[in-house]
Design a protein around this ligand. Structure first.
Ligand SMILES: Cc1ncc(COP(=O)(O)O)c(C=O)c1O
Length: 370
């Protein structure tokens, strides 16, 4: 039987052409025309003034927090249900992440639980558009305005998702993307900061490049900084990927609606639930996620794997990670960790593939229920 990975990159002819051009030019590190071209194209595609390409989505979060001056003693609101990089970035700058439970249906940070955790030390909120589902940016921006907090969007999983017809990654002061191999578009490893703030952009371009300021002579460094650059080779791939992103997004959305169609009997019987779209949003559905109500996810995953279908559990809650431990009640994100399953979601899937996967899933879940 055909093997269905959870996600696989879709690399086209253009990427190969640009990579070859890059190799032939000799500019294979971070100098060369593709980095700038990619930054300009990505900023334009997002509808923002600036994009800074960096070597992954984790460092883009680190750079944003540095550029915004988040420091030891500060608190930053972070969803409990996210990938660990979101919370780690807060620790990198010596601040404290404060976790908020997710909503049962959208799996995103619950805006109604934010205010009770705001203190004198709270400086910022990092929202995560989980699995491509936009957060309720209307309510979140309102809370941020009321308490004078900065908003940062972790859009690592949400390229092209819209909230009230506006692209995610354009609400916060500075926002982060990942281009890891399994993301909606990839550069192998890679990331970007997008912002409309000239000041943030200026600081980030300095910090990602060893503090080298083009205004000064070579080897004069303005400050303690990092080598967080994307390579020209990676940017070449990024340009090819960006040229195809509309097609990738259309397929991701189709895959999600095909799963909903084929698995609707399981939903009607209460055996599974889908992650639900935030009202007034158009998710990009980087991955399709279901919550299994009747059997243990790990056992089901083994059975699916035996049928050549790969899956992933959902994130383990931040408040339970050994280095991030926090007391409090997080029943919703605990539930996602226990019953969430990510099903094959590559942009290479056709409707027939989703039908095959759904049939196997249905057989396994209804057999168990007899
Ligand atoms: C929500 C979220 N934030 C941050 C990251 C970090 O991105 P990267 O793996 O490119 O460092 C990821 C990547 O998987 C992610 O899913």
């Amino acid at each position: 039987m055909k093997f269905y990975p959870v996600l696989e990159p879709v690399i086209g002819q253009k990427e190969k052409e640009y990579i070859n051009d890059c190799i032939n030019s000799g500019w294979i590190s971070s100098n060369g025309k593709y980095v700038k071209q990619f930054e300009e194209a990505f900023a334009k595609w997002n509808g923002v003034k600036y994009a800074d390409a960096v070597c992954n989505g984790t460092v883009s979060l680190h750079l944003i927090l540095l550029a915004l001056g988040i420091k030891p003693g500060d608190e930053v609101i972070v969803p409990d249900c996210t990938y660990v990089a979101t919370a780690n970035s807060v620790l990198y700058v010596g601040a404290k992440p404060i976790f908020i439970d997710c909503k049962e249906d959208t799996l995103n940070i619950d805006p109604l639980k934010i205010e009770e955790k705001i203190t004198r030390n709270t400086r910022a909120i990092i929202v995560v558009h989980l699995f491509g589902n936009p957060c309720d940016m209307g309510t979140i921006m309102g809370i941020a305005r009321k308490h004078k907090l900065l908003v940062i969007e972790d859009a690592a999983e949400a390229h092209g998702a819209l909230f009230r017809n506006k692209m995610v990654g354009t609400f916060g002061i500075a926002n982060s993307y990942s281009f890891f191999g399994n993301k909606i578009m990839t550069t192998g490893e890679g990331g970007a900061v997008v912002t409309n703030s000239k000041k943030v952009h200026r600081i980030i371009s300095l910090l990602k490049n060893q503090g080298q300021n083009p205004k000064h002579r070579k080897y004069y460094h303005d400050c303690l900084a990092y080598n967080y650059r994307l390579t020209n080779l990676q940017a070449a791939v990024g340009i090819g990927q960006l040229e195809q992103i509309d097609r990738f997004l259309e397929t991701k959305r189709n895959i999600n609606s095909w799963y909903r169609e084929f698995l609707s009997p399981l939903v009607e019987k209460g055996i599974i639930n889908f992650q639900e779209a935030t009202p007034n949003s158009a998710p990009s559905w980087w991955v399709t996620t279901i919550l299994i109500n009747t059997v243990a996810v790990n056992k089901l995953a083994v059975q699916l794997r035996a049928a050549s279908i790969d899956t992933r559990p959902c994130f383990y809650p931040m408040h339970k990670q050994p280095h991030l431990k926090q007391t409090g009640n997080f029943p919703k994100s605990d539930r996602v960790a226990k019953s969430g399953m990510i099903v094959p979601s590559s942009s290479s899937l056709a409707k027939n593939d989703v039908e095959v996967i759904s049939k196997v899933l249905t057989e396994l879940l209804t057999k168990k229920n007899k």
